[in-house]
Write a protein that binds this ligand. Structure first.
Ligand code: PHE
Ligand code: ZN
Length: 880
């Protein structure tokens, strides 16, 4: 392998820029192949900086057409311009106006960063470093400028012209052209700049803020799709209201616009006053979107809106601080969804996601702290660690301080740092200042990578009425951090007695215990509870109070007891999930030893009892019944992974549960059939989720394919239709009913790319060795496009990240196809290719034969010519 480390950016190298740009005006003359950009910067040398300091602006693939200072063209000796850099060695004045002209070609921009065209709509994506593909600039988040933007285009091509801030002027020009001017009074970093121009349909709304100002809301979509934006509009209004009520945050411009585009690298982008969305997270109705889609739309609309304060009004000093806006904003959107839906169910779903995406990252070669200290390519740090673990860290701050002090700290944060580019240290300081507490040890959550583990054992002495917990913490080594410091872990817990009642204690020593939380700060705590009158079962990490793993020596009886009686709904779910996981791991070992896997009868019985327990929400029951995924099981096993054996174990448990509960499951399945008209609310979605997981079990019994086929035919919404199609395709691959349903679905949604993504996704997920050929064939399907990120993620992303037996085919064909495809995607879109390539990050946990084949595929990528910085960074770290 050729190791070309490239430039490494280091946190400790941060220093403020010598120059500031308090104002910028941009003038775009749009045309698909030659867009002229005229930029006028007000440049100011910072106080105390020597006059000899050169002005160095960032560029990326730019050609400079013209340059002038204070109206005078510069002589060639007065500047140097390369595609990557514009240097003015000695600007004459402390403050001056710099005028630049560049020309760019949006239609040939397939990387989808900078200014590009999607479906004939001009749009921009500037985070993290896309602005420098438009014009030369100090393209870093601590340079805050007031933007005025003029856009000019042919009216026929782009009747709509949008940018950040408020509209100030528009007019008609000669030759069928027109223009609009936008002004954003809030100083912002360049990554929040946006422009959209094209022919789009509009859904209008309005919102009256807490101080009585009326804000005009607009959601722009492909013409004809307006009726699919209603749910997003409603979610936006609810988000605006919620941020006022829960965080006291009011919106600050006269307009708030959202545009849905069909080619987008990520989910959505929080540009000031002009959010740009992947259309997948805007468009929905019951015919085309699943309940999960509705929930995602609600969460992402909220997330981007919440960025207006956490990200835009207060931004990041540098990209090392990315979690300052992302972790905090994810925390805020999680809380929003918990308030809009069911808090208990939301929490379980969050933890499942964290474990599925962040844990493997933290436990593999790509591990990095929530606030990294090094990067080669910042685009590769929009990770589950920065987002999801970053959110958990904020949640722990609230757990430790209590909700009132947390809110007081947030208020101080907004007051103290409004209009600034801030750091994690400044964020933590507000909480220290409002409480007088020292968060130095806690801050390690930001600085240290790896998932901490707590080993816990307990004992009870009836005669002495004493209950003891022994807790030991360890943080595993991660790349470039072999020695770890001890963390402050807030471990919420409960002592649970007969019937699920809390067991009281008289006194406790050995650790600080407050409000049901043990503060683990040392390597080892022996926590003595005295005056405990019955032997309790201990419920640990309630509500998932810390993002850790637990190794608990606990009797299966206690685990069964907690799965039925724990009053903390998360821990109750967890107890059952742990029982399932333990059973699956034991079964995996039996399969490897050529034995038939066997399961304790009471496990299947408990599944039946949970399914039928009317005191539990249907959505909760659905989550409890959905078995740990194959990759969850793999993660818990740790090494020597043979995905086929895991699949066999999981399949055997599912069949056992189905067979043992046939009557209960079918009666319940029938009783949950949809009655009234469709509504996307959480309670209705929960009933559908429960019915669909029951279908999944029942489909394993005789006549299962017929049942699923009937479910498919009878479906009146996408949730049920997609669930039935998944059951047919995954459980009955090759059966006539499965083939028919796939064909029906394809015909019905032929013209709808977003819905066909589900069809690609379902087929890419079919377990077994034959899927790789199917996926390869589907890349030739007329609806597939290697240039569109949603298509690539649906087909290639699902196959490589969510199909354990298909991708990890023992002969390495899955990996080979994957390597070829990643390189194909990379030619156009390095960011999407790099993300796709993370699918192999856990290759070292595979059994030796697969491990070797996976490594060959990674080397094949690493050795390719002209690898982008994005992909090179991922493969080299993965192989290191
Ligand atoms: N900042 C966006 C968000 O989380 C994500 C994003 C990053 C989008 C980079 C595009 C490019 O809300
Ligand atoms: Zn975000």
């Amino acid at each position: 392998m050729r190791i070309d480390t490239g430039h490494v950016f280091k946190l400790e190298d941060y220093r403020p820029s010598d120059y500031l740009v308090p104002r910028i005006s941009l003038d775009f003359r749009l045309s698909p192949d030659a867009t002229r950009v005229t930029t006028v910067l007000t440049v100011e040398r910072r106080q105390g900086v020597t006059a000899a300091a050169p002005l160095v602006l960032d560029g990326d693939g730019l050609t400079l057409l013209d340059i002038a200072i204070e109206g005078h063209a510069l002589a060639p000796a007065e500047y140097q311009a390369t595609p990557e850099r514009l240097t003015i060695p000695t600007p004459a004045a402390q403050r001056f106006e710099l005028r630049l002209e560049t020309e760019i070609a949006p239609s040939s921009n397939e990387a989808l960063t900078g200014l590009y065209r999607s479906n004939n709509v001009y749009c921009t994506q500037c985070e993290a470093e896309g602005f420098r593909r438009i014009t030369y600039f100090l393209d870093r988040p601590d340079i805050l400028s007031v933007y005025t933007v003029r856009i000019e285009a042919a009216h026929s091509e782009a009747p709509l012209l949008l940018s950040n801030g408020n509209p100030v002027e528009s007019g008609v020009l000669a030759d069928g052209r027109h223009y609009a001017v936008w002004h954003d009074p809030f100083p912002k970093p360049s990554y929040l700049f946006a422009l959209v121009a094209g022919a789009l349909g509009k859904v209008a709304g309005s919102f009256t803020t807490m101080s009585g100002r009326e804000v005009q809301l607009g959601i722009y979509v492909e013409p004809g799709k307006e009726r699919l934006a209603g749910y997003a509009m409603d979610a936006l209004k609810r988000s605006m209201k919620w941020d006022e009520e829960v965080f006291g945050r009011e919106y600050d411009l006269d307009v708030f616009n959202i545009v849905a585009v069909s080619d987008f690298n990520m989910g959505a982008m929080e540009n000031k006053g002009l959010n740009v969305f992947n259309d997948k997270y805007v468009l929905a109705d019951e015919e085309t979107a699943t309940d999960a889609d509705f929930a995602n739309i609600e969460a992402i609309i909220a997330h981007e809106y919440f960025h207006n304060w956490t990200g835009n009004r207060i931004t990041c000093r540098d990209w090392f601080q990315l979690c300052l806006k992302e972790g905090l904003t994810v925390y805020r959107d999680h809380e929003f969804s918990a308030d809009q839906r069911s808090r208990a169910v939301k929490r379980i779903a969050e933890v499942r996601t964290l474990r599925a995406h962040q844990f493997p990252e933290d436990q593999g070669p790509l591990a990095h702290p929530v606030r990294p200290r090094r990067y080669r390519e910042i685009n590769n740090f929009y990770t589950a660690t920065v987002y999801e673990k970053g959110s958990e860290v904020v949640r722990m701050i609230r757990t430790i301080l209590g909700s009132e002090a947390f809110r007081a700290g947030m208020d101080l944060y907004f007051e103290r740092h409004d209009g600034q580019a801030a750091t994690i240290e400044e964020f933590l300081k507000v909480f220290e200042d409002v409480t007088g507490r020292d968060l130095a040890q806690f801050a390690l959550w930001y600085h240290q990578a790896g998932t901490p583990n707590l080993t816990v054992s307990s004992s009870y002495n009836a005669a002495a009425k004493a209950f003891t917990l022994e807790i030991e913490q360890s943080v595993p080594p991660t790349p470039s951090e072999s020695r770890k410091r001890l963390m402050h872990i807030p471990l919420a817990f409960g002592l649970v007695g007969a019937g699920g009642k809390p067991v009281a204690w008289a006194a406790v020593e050995g650790a600080t215990v407050e409000d049901g939380v043990i503060h683990v700060r040392k390597r080892r705590h022996v926590v003595h509870f005295s005056g405990v009158s019955e032997r309790p079962a201990v419920s640990l990490n309630r509500g998932f109070s810390a993002p850790i793993t637990l190794s608990v020596q606990q009797k299966a009886d206690d685990q069964f007891f907690l799965a039925s009686h724990d009053s903390d709904s998360f821990s109750r779910w967890q107890a059952f999930n742990t029982l399932l996981t333990d059973a699956l791991i034991a079964a995996f070992r039996q399969v490897l030893g050529d034995k038939e896997p066997a399961f304790a009868a009471r496990l299947a019985e408990l599944a039946g009892r949970i399914a039928g327990d009317e005191t539990l929400e249907p959505a909760y029951r659905a989550l409890a019944l959905s078995l740990p995924g194959e990759s969850d099981i793999a993660r818990d096993i740790g090494k020597g992974i043979d995905p086929d054996a895991i699949f066999a174990a999981r399949e055997a448990l599912a069949r056992t549960i189905a067979a043992a509960n046939r009557e209960v499951f079918s009666a319940l399945y029938d009783s949950l059939a949809d009655k009234g008209p469709f509504t996307p609310d959480a309670a209705s979605a929960g009933r559908r989720a429960l019915r669909n997981i029951l279908l999944d079990y029942l489909s394993l019994l005789p006549e299962g394919a017929a049942l699923a086929a009937a479910h498919f035919r009878g479906a009146t919404n996408m949730t049920d239709r997609a669930a039935a199609l998944t059951v047919l395709a995954h459980r009955h691959a090759g059966a006539r009913q499965a083939e028919e349903a796939l064909a029906t679905f394809e015909t019905r949604y032929r013209g709808d790319a977003l819905v066909l993504d589900k069809w690609f996704q379902i087929q890419a997920g079919v377990p077994g060795a034959r899927t790789v050929e199917k996926v390869r064939a589907l890349t030739q399907h007329p609806a597939f496009s290697i240039a569109n990120p949603n298509r690539v993620r649906a087909l290639i992303g699902t196959f490589s990240s969510a199909n354990q037996t298909g991708f990890h085919r023992a002969d390495g064909q899955g990996y080979r196809f994957f390597a070829e495809t990643v390189l194909e995607v990379e030619k156009r879109n390095p960011q999407v290719a790099a993300r796709l390539a993370t699918a192999l990050r856990s290759w070292r946990s595979l059994e030796p034969i697969r491990q070797d084949k996976a490594r060959q595929a990674l080397l094949q990528i690493a050795n390719a010519d002209n690898l982008s910085a994005d992909l090179r960074d991922i493969v080299e770290r993965t192989l290191a």
